[in-house]
Design a protein around this ligand. Sequence first.
Ligand SMILES: [Zn+2]
Length: 229
Amino acid sequence: MTNLLNIPIKRQNMTLSIRPDLTSADQVLSYEPTKQQPKVTYEEMKQAVRTLLIGLGEDPDREGLLDTPSRVVKALQFLTKGYDDSLDELLNGAVFTENANEMVLVRDIDIFSSCEHHILPIIGRAHVAYIPNGKVIGLSKIARICEMYARRLQVQERLTSQIADALQGLLKPQGVAVVIEATHMCMVMRGVQKPGSWTVTSAMRGVFAEDGRTRQEFMNLVRHNVKFH
Ligand SMILES: [Zn+2]
């Protein structure tokens, strides 16, 4: 993964509409796609998987497949459980007032997401940085924010922007930078079948978007391979 960041980076820009009647976390949430209340039952979902198995020429009543419909439904529910989380619950007050103005970077956050086109895994790493402006957030919460958005049906570009916009909305920092490097199983296992292909996306907000030197400092830190053993 060493030379990944030499790949040209696609920049995403998304504007956040501000509603003065909402708290900052609600403002972030207000433009997110949210999961609809399920209109089908668990039994119907299991039946749908059973139908898929039959369509694939399988016998859903053979021993090895008997519990597959319920396992598939539970697995998919787990992989999309991020719809049920909210920033407010997840943060649980872990935003602190702090007179810090140096870059905070959390590197190599594991990303396990699912592409919304094929419901196949997107596996990779996120690097998230921000420069505070009076407020900081518990470091573990940055990973939790990444996980909340990753555990949904996603495209990598949107996942990257959502993480950046969530931090920008919550902390009103001087800037936020997010880079995600990921491999898409729908490209690796099917379609163009390109194992080893990585997609790199970035979302820059505030000073990271406006100031080339700040952005470069972030990119240098992300490129540098930290090894402690
Ligand atoms: Zn896909």
